[in-house]
Design a protein around this ligand. Structure first.
Ligand code: AMP
Length: 394
């Protein structure tokens, strides 16, 4: 029976999965897909080995109102019955927070799970779901080797200065540090850079991961030197619904003068701000680009301005800029946003080739641009599959 590796990325209302052959080297997934709207109106979509969407008849029935605890075992049964039978050799999970101790992926043990439980307060929106998925898989397939891949690990190469807040020392000792996120995406991009940039890959590179969540990372020698997200995934760039960097005095004002509770402020900053809050229309960049309203235009302009100023600050951490990389939904698809950001960064030597940019080409810099500019589709699942292979081999 064909042995496979399962990659899971469990969010609060979504579950992304990919199934890879358990063979050395990067190979395309046999199956990949997503269950969206979990707990409300769950919908499954999936693609087969040829990348084509699977017809409904080949999917498994998903009851609309069931949770991860029922969906994950059903998904495992479906995968194991796929094409005459697949045998699960190991599973890998995206785990948002690995704290300051984990510099790379780790094999799941009871001790590790207990340690990761203690980090739930640092990532309350993601960590509980990530860990629940690991426990559900362990219960469904006892003894299956499992690996946790952390979004924070890639940033543990940063200097102490890059990780410190200017708060009393005791707070840093208590874990109030800039951890950084989107690490699996940055790791994938770092692995793809040599093939595109040659020796320049080891130079000063800023990667902009622009999706619903957005952040940027300054790399040197393909390692993280600084990043825009901090203690939480709220800091840094403006996002779909999140505000990004904010004067902490605004939070005090909302508490003291507006009498808002922590829960209300959390909802405002995580769910009602960003593109949605500024446009009043949508958190979705494609929707805003199709809108002619001044509010939509201003939201896109602010997104580009905030991204550019954050990226310029990151360039200080690496002493300048040799290459700029755009990735994730907006970074890979929105020529308008890439152009908007690069106009602000022109003083750093970035000039785009308009035709290449409009075509979402891999190389989008003008021939006389001092700084290289690339569009690289990210692949977090491939990074997790690599980690599972290396930690469970033999
Ligand atoms: P992600 O979180 O990486 O899936 O990215 C989601 C974001 O990418 C949403 O804001 C989408 O509107 C945006 N996006 C995807 N395709 C396009 C496109 N063709 N043009 C503009 N934005 C896009």
């Amino acid at each position: 029976m064909r042995e496979v590796l399962l990659v899971l990325n469990a969010g609060s209302s979504s579950l992304k999965f990919a199934v890879y052959p358990d063979q050395p080297g990067d190979r395309p997934p046999i199956l990949r897909g997503k269950i969206a709207g979990i707990g409300n109106r769950a919908v499954l979509s999936a693609r087969g080995e040829d990348g084509r969407a699977l017809p409904r008849g080949q999917l498994f029935p998903v009851a609309p109102d069931v949770g991860h605890d029922r969906l994950i075992p059903a998904l495992l049964d479906w995968i194991r019955a796929w094409q005459g039978g697949l045998s699960l050799a190991a599973a890998g999970h995206r785990v948002v927070h690995g704290g300051s101790r984990h510099h790379g992926p780790a094999r799941i043990t009871d001790d590790l799970l207990a340690e990761l439980d203690t980090l739930k307060p640092l990532a309350p929106l993601h960590q509980p779901h990530n860990l629940a998925a690991i426990r559900i898989v362990a219960a469904a397939v006892p003894g299956l080797p499992q690996v946790a891949c952390f979004d924070t690990s890639f940033h543990r190469t940063q200097s102490r200065l890059a990780q410190l807040f200017a708060l009393p020392r005791a707070m840093a000792e208590d874990g109030v540090l800039r951890y950084g996120f989107h690490g699996l995406s940055y790791e994938y991009i770092a692995s793809a850079l040599p093939g595109l940039l040659g020796e320049r890959a080891e130079g000063r590179v800023i990667v902009a991961h622009l999706g619903n969540g957005a952040s940027a990372c300054a790399m040197r020698n393909r390692r993280s030197a600084a990043t825009s997200m901090g203690f939480t995934a709220l800091d840094g760039l403006m996002m779909g619904r999140r505000c990004g960097a904010l004067d902490p005095g605004v939070v005090l004002y909302l508490m003291e003068q507006k009498r808002m509770t922590a829960e209300q402020i959390g909802h405002l900053l995580y769910d009602e701000s960003g593109l949605l809050g500024v446009s009043g229309i949508s958190n979705d960049m494609a929707v805003l680009q199709a809108s002619e309203t001044p509010e939509a235009r201003e939201a896109i302009a602010l997104f580009c301005y905030r991204a550019a100023t954050e990226m310029a600050a990151l360039a200080t951490a690496i002493g300048g800029l040799d290459a700029l990389v755009f990735t994730a939904g907006i970074g890979e698809n929105s020529a308008r946003v890439r152009q908007g950001i690069c106009e602000h960064l022109g003083w750093m030597g970035v000039t785009l080739d308009p035709a290449a940019n409009a075509a979402n080409a891999t190389r989008i810099a003008a021939s006389d641009s001092a700084v290289e500019a690339l569009v690289i589709p990210t692949n977090e699942e491939a990074v997790i599959a690599r980690a599972v292979r290396s930690l469970t081999a033999g």
